[in-house]
Write a protein that binds this ligand. Structure first.
Ligand code: PLP
Length: 402
């Protein structure tokens, strides 16, 4: 929840005033940027500043919050992964930095577990190829052994990539500690993509050499990415600004906005935020308890962020609507409510309480109750399959800008 005053900007621009119970999604504008970051962004925009000094300031702030030796801010976490991998390939050699994405003469192989080769709107392994790296998938999707990592590293890996995400296969993977120990025995650095993870210290403590976070997800910062870790590698990441990093550069407003978001994170009353989220979850659970065909259960975050979501399972025989039809109707109505629906074909979706403005939890409850009441009054039980919804959404994407 956030106390930021509402400006009415969406209504003025003719954009739908959506309520986000989906999570921190790029496609929905990521997160509510905290007031401290909004103020700092506005303050720096009209001013000149020596950018590398601003980057020095950011490095100190990142170091303070993560325990890393240094840190660097780039356009996004995805850009951070690409530049971190480039850094492991080139080191501080500017001739090599200018040569990328042609990797000839450099170590360029980057092992990644098959169960980590996920998409977050783009394929995660494309971040490797963008730097000129060669993706080396290893293991089976649901079962990975240390010898498979050793074979994938070979004699000349540039680094190895480890992804922390609810998208990843949730079992059978190598723990980061083991993964890093094997890589380090061969002097290969480990890059961790922890875009959405609240834990700013644990991955470095577990052996990561560089960790990449999104500034615009849990932190509530402007659109940016954070790379934290070993000073020599962070420096080599920074130097990519003279090469492929130029097209992924971050402006003064996002550097300072991210610093402000990090400092606000350090000061934030996290227990109070959690209590507010719990109030929304309690409200929803209470309101949906008696509705026929709906089962509401609390689910902890799959990657152990301190956050629960409400899982709503819909029995179409009793509710007279499928989970995916309900998700569509919620998104189409007024105000539009966007639920967390990536597993909706199984007959359930989630309500995420992290990105609510005051009063919105109640509106979400009312909208869901109203749609379910209306479904019960409708005749017929001819439900379109979930696949039809996927096709329709894909067609809409491909028709952009129409
Ligand atoms: C969101 C996400 C990204 C992309 O983050 P951006 O900062 O939007 O580029 C990368 N990796 C994972 C695992 C993510 O969840």
């Amino acid at each position: 929840m956030n106390e930021t005053a509402r400006s009415g900007i969406r209504e003025r621009l003719g954009l739908r005033p959506i309520i986000n119970v989906s999570g921190t999604m790029t496609a929905l504008g990521a997160s509510i940027v905290v007031p401290e970051a909004v103020a700092m962004t506005a303050a720096i925009l009209p001013e000149f500043v020596e950018i590398n000094d601003l980057h020095r300031l950011a490095s100190r702030t990142i170091a303070k919050l993560t325990g890393a030796e240094a840190g660097f801010i780039t356009a996004s976490c995805s850009a951070g992964v690409t530049l971190a991998i480039a850094a492991c390939m080139t080191g501080p050699d500017l001739a090599r930095i200018e040569q990328l994405p042609n990797p000839s003469g450099m170590r360029h192989r980057v092992p990644i577990m098959l169960g980590h080769m996920v998409g977050y709107g783009a394929p995660v392994e494309q971040a490797i190829r963008l730097a000129g790296g060669t993706v080396v998938p290893f293991g089976q999707a649901t079962d990975v052994r240390p010898y498979q990592l050793e074979a994938a590293l070979g004699e000349d890996a540039a680094c190895a990539l480890y992804v922390v995400s609810h998208h990843c296969v949730g079992y059978g993977q190598l723990p980061l500690e083991d993964f890093a120990a094997i890589c380090h025995r061969r002097h290969v650095p480990v890059v961790v993509d922890a875009a959405s993870e609240y834990d700013l210290k644990g991955f470095l403590e577990a052996g990561a050499d560089l960790v990449c976070y999104s500034a615009h997800k849990f932190l509530g910062g402007p659109t940016a990415g954070i790379v934290a870790g070993r000073k020599d590698l962070v420096r080599a990441t920074f130097l990519q600004n003279m090469g492929i990093g130029r097209g992924m550069k971050v402006g003064k407003e996002s550097i300072l906005g991210t610093i402000a978001a990090l400092e606000a994170w350090e000061r934030r009353d996290h227990a109070a935020v959690r209590r507010t989220e719990q109030e929304a979850l309690d409200l929803w659970r209470e309101r949906f308890a008696a509705i026929e065909g709906v089962t509401a259960t609390l689910e902890p975050d799959p990657t152990h962020n301190p956050l629960d979501r409400l899982k709503l399972a819909i029995d179409p025989a009793r509710a007279r609507i499928t989970a995916w039809e309900l998700a569509d109707r919620l998104a189409a109505g007024a105000p539009p409510v966007i639920v967390r629906d990536h597993e909706v074909e199984h007959g359930y979706f989630f309500l995420d309480p992290c990105n609510l403005h005051p009063g919105e939890a109640r509106v979400v409850a009312e909208r869901i109750e109203a749609e379910l009441a209306e479904a019960k009054s409708r005749a017929g039980s001819n439900h379109p399959p979930a696949s039809a919804r996927r096709e329709r959404r894909f067609a809409r994407l491909m028709a952009w800008p129409d």
